[in-house]
Ligand binder design. Structure first.
Ligand SMILES: N[C@@H](CCC(=O)N[C@@H](CS)C(=O)NCC(=O)O)C(=O)O
Length: 209
């Protein structure tokens, strides 16, 4: 485990997606577990790294000053750029833009409404949250049509699979899988990847000292 790169996070979709991307890219990092319920994200030390007090935060100490990335999707982009060809095809091509297109579909049309719904539930607005949760789920199921090949954006695993995976897994009990055979097969395929398994476990240990 490398102390040169650290990923602060918790067992939430945003942190786990970042951990999966770094692991798939072969980038070593030390996971730093935050206990969000205890407020680890609001300590002065953490706020110095992430002023909004959100997880994840990635710190790369190999450069001076250290590179700090706060957005999960920017961490995924870092992983993509540091391991060319692993999370998206090399060089501009129709295939590369299909990866980006589908990656952003999940980020903006699935994950974003689902986050908004979560926030509304947290502030007691259950009624307002329900249509957003439904919308996220409806959009997710559009991905059945993406899966003409094995992966979300074609024949190769990509960052689009990472953006789709954690949310799909989190709602797996709400899905009538018999209607979505390609998605069912895809979910099992991604869940079985060694790097995905490792990324999923990154923040399962107890808080680091
Ligand atoms: N846009 C950010 C969102 C980060 C975010 O909302 N993280 C949540 C967990 S999923 C968080 O840290 N919540 C703790 C809090 O708000 O106190 C990203 O994608 O990284």
């Amino acid at each position: 485990m490398s102390e040169i790169r650290e990923l602060y996070g918790a067992s939430t979709g945003n942190s786990v997606r970042a951990a999966i991307a770094l692991t798939e890219a072969g980038i070593e990092f030390t996971p730093r577990c935050l206990d969000l319920l205890s407020g680890d994200q609001r300590t002065p030390e953490y706020l110095a790294l992430n002023p909004l007090g959100k997880a994840p935060t990635f710190v790369d100490h190999s450069v001076s000053p250290p590179l700090i990335i706060n957005q999960s999707n920017a961490i995924i982009q870092y992983a993509d750029e540091h391991a060319p060809g692993r999370l998206s095809p090399r060089g501009p091509s129709a295939q590369r833009y299909r990866v980006y297109d589908r990656f952003y579909f999940f980020v903006t049309d699935v994950i974003a409404p689902s986050h908004a719904a979560f926030f509304l539930r947290q502030i007691g607005q259950q009624n307002a949250s329900a249509p957003l949760s439904r919308r996220a789920l409806e959009h997710l199921m559009a991905a059945e049509a993406f899966l003409e090949s094995e992966y979300i954006a074609g024949d190769a695993f990509s960052m689009a699979d990472i953006s789709a995976f954690t949310f799909t897994r989190s709602v797996r009990d709400q899905i009538h899988w018999e209607k979505w055979p390609r998605m069912a097969r895809w979910l099992a395929l991604i869940a079985a990847r060694p790097a995905v398994k490792l990324g999923m476990q990154a923040f399962e240990s107890k808080p680091s000292s």
